[in-house]
Design a protein around this ligand. Sequence first.
Ligand SMILES: C[S@@+](CC[C@H](N)C(=O)[O-])C[C@H]1O[C@@H](n2cnc3c(N)ncnc32)[C@H](O)[C@@H]1O
Length: 208
Amino acid sequence: MRFMEQREYWKSRWEKVERKPANNFARRIFSLIKNKKFKTLLDLGCGNGSDSIYFANKGFKVTAIDFSESGIKQLQKEIRQKRIKKIIPICQDVKKINFIDSYFDIIYAHLSLHYFDDKTTTQVFNKLHRILKKKGLIFIKCKSIEDKLYGNGKKIENNMYILNNHVRHFFDKDYMREKLGKFKILKLRKTSCIYSYKSSFIEAVATK
Ligand SMILES: C[S@@+](CC[C@H](N)C(=O)[O-])C[C@H]1O[C@@H](n2cnc3c(N)ncnc32)[C@H](O)[C@@H]1O
């Protein structure tokens, strides 16, 4: 499926979804970074920005990127209404981000990097390495091949499927390790939780 169609998918998804509190991944990460001298945080694929707002309220200068117009519009509205100063919302494709080298202390990607084919995934991860500061931290959570949805729908390439217009590229630990090849991996683990079905993930923390 082509890029524009996925953008449309996420535009209509965020038109229907209400803002939720920050997710547990964000909360756990905050407990790891709160005592460090980090300031700049990139929320990659921020959706309607629940986690961006959470991190901004904790004092981080947040750059929030998503290619869903409706997600970013919801975030902009919230920023105006609540007069939140510390978030820069940007409607952009993750594949096209272009920041100066070593710009961010923290890169945070909650369920937003498991959408690309292998070649693009490599390019995106390498770009993230370039824009992360030395000794900065990157936190990533992606769907895993143990997820209940794995294998459903039409296969696009290895571990990548399209189901009901939604593309997903499922990770395993080795794949995450390979994509983080330029980083120093600090933690790599499988997690799972129950939504309406058992959902499984690979989570990684890495530094430069
Ligand atoms: C499962 S949602 C997660 C949203 C948010 N991180 C959260 O946890 O609430 C995935 C997000 O990734 C965004 N996304 C997917 N592909 C993208 C791309 N190529 N460029 C920018 N954003 C993208 C979608 O628009 C969507 O908001």
